[in-house]
Write a protein that binds this ligand. Structure first.
Ligand SMILES: *Cc1c(COP(=O)(O)O)cnc(C)c1O
Length: 380
């Protein structure tokens, strides 16, 4: 078998060596419970709080505004349910979009069953919401707007600052699922008027099973999990100290090397897109041309079956994705590709390639050459 070439960094990334190195002692050497009063507990408490500082610094907030969770999905649940339940007396209306990750979409559907009303905003052909449609959706019952920072399938980056201003003007809380954006986009939470922000360590070279939620001081939200008093009483459960340390180290590294990383991914992505456009006829780039994540390229190969494409790429040692990892395995076209108006036939032939740190130009050339051969074969 060929060596593995990994182009699925939106699904997950490998934990960096430097991150792993900082995490390891917290499994068996520094193993005290951070809630314990003796010295080894105080040591892990300190590690947790140092990590919180790193996260806060990376997005320009106060450390008291960071809550550690078990994943991006939990952060989304805690943000949306936490705000919805705590503000029920003010109103029962939530605004989100049709292209959210299932962690947001299914949370909103859950709340609908409990009597909340949810508006799912449309997106245009590039995957952008309309600010006018957002304004028009707001009522006196609206308590929360939840719009993802950047889409995991097509990479489109939403006008977050504008959405934040609208939310602020109407005194509505604004949550953003920034799981794809953290590490890939510079985020100044205050400038963008974000009240709650979700992130997940394994999308920026940290460990899986580790997330964080930023909640601005003063936001009225409540816990959704009962138990001990961890995370200032908002998220029960003994802290995943190693994971917390890993998330903190990973986010610090991501923003320390930001410019270099961003340029590298952008150039790999643009090279890939231009090569595919040059060498393969009948394709369509999905998502916004410029307002997109640096490492994301989602291309439909018209007349090609996406599943067959992935299987053939796998035989060449190439890992990529059709739509999102969460919907693959099912034959339904991705809800995101449907929302941007693709016919199900064109959506079926879409391939999401997401570049990352270990990719090289040579990897891209191998990928493009493989696609040229496979697409031609499958189109026969
Ligand atoms: C991966 C992802 C999530 C879920 O994060 P987990 O840590 O895997 O639960 C949520 N939202 C977006 C946009 C994602 O890409």
């Amino acid at each position: 078998m060929e060596k593995i070439r990994y182009f699925d960094h939106a699904a997950t990334t490998a934990t960096k060596e430097d991150v792993l190195k900082e995490m390891l002692p917290y499994f068996n050497i520094e193993y005290g419970n951070p809630s314990s009063m003796y010295s080894i507990g105080r040591k892990t408490r300190k590690a947790v709080e140092e990590s919180r500082k790193r996260v806060a610094l990376a997005i320009g907030v106060d450390l008291k505004e960071i809550y550690f969770t078990s994943c991006g999905s939990e952060s989304d649940n805690l943000a949306i349910k936490g705000v919805a339940y705590a503000n029920r007396n003010r109103g029962n209306h939530i605004i989100t979009t049709k292209i959210e990750h299932p962690a947001v979409l299914h949370t909103c559907e859950h709340l609908e069953k409990e009597g909340f009303r949810v508006t799912y905003l449309n997106v245009d052909a590039d995957g952008l919401i309309s600010l006018e449609e957002l304004q028009n959706a707001i009522t006196s019952d609206t308590i929360l707007i939840s719009v993802m920072f950047a889409n995991n399938e097509i990479g489109t980056i939403q006008p977050i600052g504008e959405i934040g201003s609208i939310a602020k003007k109407h005194n509505i809380y604004f949550h953003t699922d920034a799981v794809q954006a953290v590490g890939n986009v510079r985020i100044n939470v205050e400038e963008l008027n974000i009240d709650l922000l979700s992130m997940s360590a394994h999308k920026f070279y940290g460990p899986k099973g580790m997330g964080a939620l930023y909640v601005k001081t003063g936001v009225n939200f409540e816990k959704i999990q009962d138990g001990g008093h961890q995370e200032r009483n908002m998220r029960a459960g003994t802290e995943n100290v190693a994971g917390i340390v890993g998330l903190g180290k990973a986010i610090e590294l991501a923003y320390k090397n930001f410019d270099e990383y961003n340029e590298k991914l952008t150039s790999l992505r643009d090279y890939y897109i231009s090569q595919v456009e040059e060498k393969i006829p009948n394709i369509k780039l999905n998502g916004h041309k410029t307002r997109r994540l640096p490492g994301n390229a989602n291309i439909s190969f018209i007349g090609v079956d996406g599943e067959a494409l992935l299987l053939n790429l796998d035989l060449k040692g190439i890992c990529a994705s059709s739509g999102s990892a969460c919907t693959s395995g099912s034959l339904d076209p991705s809800h995101v590709l449907v929302a941007i108006g693709l016919s199900s036939e064109i959506a079926q032939g879409s391939l999401r390639v997401t570049f990352g740190d270990e990719n090289t130009k040579e990897d891209v050339e191998y990928l493009v050459q493989s696609l040229v051969e496979i697409v031609e074969k499958l189109r026969k």
